[in-house]
Design a protein around this ligand. Structure first.
Ligand SMILES: *Cc1c(COP(=O)(O)O)cnc(C)c1O
Length: 459
């Protein structure tokens, strides 16, 4: 499988380059040259076996099937449900696919547990070491740390804005005591953290010295790993085949893009409901055909507080006929003028498969309360956005699956506010609030960060 850049200005690359390189050299995102057909009978197969079937064509030139299989087994061994992604029935003909059974209680574990192992394997093969550098406003940091802790070839440095992440999210990062894990509390906000990461990657000497690599949601390998649960969830609710709809709480469009890849591969999907919080760039885009960035508002579902959904670029590339120059122009307009309009025939294609609904904080709390009253189930605010969105969009023919992206105990304040019940952390994190923490406070200054990186993780 070869990987092409969405902006058409870089030569095709292999899987390992897409994995370690992150962005293509022309600033585009890597996309596979083909969308392989998904040929599995998931009703009779384990999640891990489906994963190997789905992922193998994307990595075939680099990784033998046996080795892929052992990486997959290892990646999902710490999930606390034998199904990895269990699917439960809710009221109203809805089903919930629980994507939060991994070590950090959010869906990012599903991709990152595998991606950490893929990166470590590639570095071992090259006899190299590298440093993963991540800025986080919450979930990504802990998921990336859990994916890298104890790995031989990678160190990880995570920047979080000091005093601006929730206590649980902070502790999930700062209580991990491993020689290859470094938490940095930046005096600033999340944008400052992201700017520091960008500055570090732009510093070519530093980048080469430390072997900096990214693990953010534009990495193709993350999307690839997420295709799997669309296959298994569809099989769970429609064992004899037939169309299924998915409702997805959406930020960067990485999760729902994986669903679209599953549909391209043959999974029978009737519709994707894109659930947004008040940061509704995607919902507005689906309705109007205009992608327009606005400021970011904080909400109860912080992992969806985004201004621009970077993974849409892969979808635009495909429906626009794979013309990199057109995508490059659209992205340049979005950056320079804050918006671009899709041609009408592309907008039609979007509306044929996607529907959007924007759910504000009040409606989110009401949905958490409703689900609890109807079924006794506690859901987190991100999941609640998707449930409320699913109810709002007209029902199709087939069963509907809501993707539950975080464990309720990750957002206990909102859940308690809505239901009066404070969700408990699962056993492996029960003593999280008592564990000692370690992090290094740093000023928001690229030179200070560069010094810190050279002294702590320099090779
Ligand atoms: C990251 C995240 C999302 C958004 O996923 P995207 O792939 O960015 O659309 C939704 N919910 C939770 C809990 C997350 O951590």
């Amino acid at each position: 499988m070869r990987y092409l850049s969405t902006r058409g200005g870089s030569p095709p690359a292999g899987f390992a380059t897409a994995l370690l390189g992150g962005l293509a050299p022309d600033g585009g995102l890597y996309v596979p040259e083909e969308w392989p057909e998904i040929d599995v009978h998931p009703s009779v197969e384990r999640y891990q076996d489906v994963a190997v079937e789905v992922i193998a064509p994307y990595v075939a030139d680099d990784i033998a099937r046996d080795e892929l299989s052992s990486l997959v087994e290892d990646a999902y061994a710490r999930f606390d449900d034998p199904a990895v992604v269990p699917v439960r029935a809710l009221s109203d003909g809805l089903h919930v696919a629980e994507l939060f059974r991994g070590p950090t209680l959010a869906f990012k574990d599903i991709a990152l547990q595998l991606v950490g192992r893929l990166i470590d394997r590639e570095l071992t093969r090259r006899d190299e070491t590298a440093t993963v550098l991540v800025a986080t406003s919450g979930d990504t940091g802990s998921a990336a740390i859990e994916a890298c802790r104890g790995r031989d070839r990678v160190s990880i440095v995570v920047l979080h804005p000091r005093g601006r992440v929730s206590e649980i999210q902070r502790r999930q990062m700062t209580t991990v005591v491993e020689p290859n894990v470094h938490n940095v509390a930046i005096d600033g906000n999340f944008d400052d953290c992201q700017d520091l990461v960008k500055a570090a990657f732009a510093d070519t000497d530093l980048r080469r010295e430390l072997g900096l690599i990214a693990m953010n949601s534009i990495n193709w390998a993350r999307v690839m790993a997420q295709v799997v649960y669309y296959v298994t969830s569809a099989a769970a609710v429609a064992p004899d085949g037939g169309p299924v709809s998915f409702s997805v709480p959406t930020g960067n469009f990485g999760n729902v893009l994986a669903g679209w890849v599953a549909a391209r591969g043959g999974v029978d999907v009737e519709r994707f409901v894109v659930g947004s919080n008040r940061n509704d760039i995607l919902t507005r885009w689906i309705d109007s055909g205009v992608m327009e960035a606005r400021g970011v508002e904080p909400t109860l579902s912080p992992s969806m507080d985004i201004q621009i959904s970077s993974n849409v670029e892969r979808y635009l590339w495909e429906i626009g006929g794979r013309r990199g120059s057109v995508v490059a122009e659209q992205m340049a307009d979005l950056r320079a003028r804050g918006s671009f309009r899709m041609p009408p025939e592309q907008h039609e294609q979007v509306r044929a498969i996607f529907a959007g609904a924007c759910v504000d904080d009040e409606q989110t709390l009401a949905e958490i309360a409703r689900v609890h009253a109807e079924s006794g189930m506690l859901i987190d605010p991100h999941t609640a956005v998707a449930v409320a969105a699913a109810r709002r969009i007209e029902r199709g023919e087939g069963p509907r699956v809501v993707l539950a992206t975080a464990h309720p105990a990750k957002f206990p304040d909102a859940v308690e506010q809505a239901t009066g019940v404070r969700p408990e952390l699962p056993a492996h994190l029960a003593d999280l609030l008592d564990r000692p923490e370690a992090s290094t406070p740093l000023a928001s200054d690229p030179d200070v960060l560069a010094d810190f990186l050279r002294t702590t993780v320099g090779r």
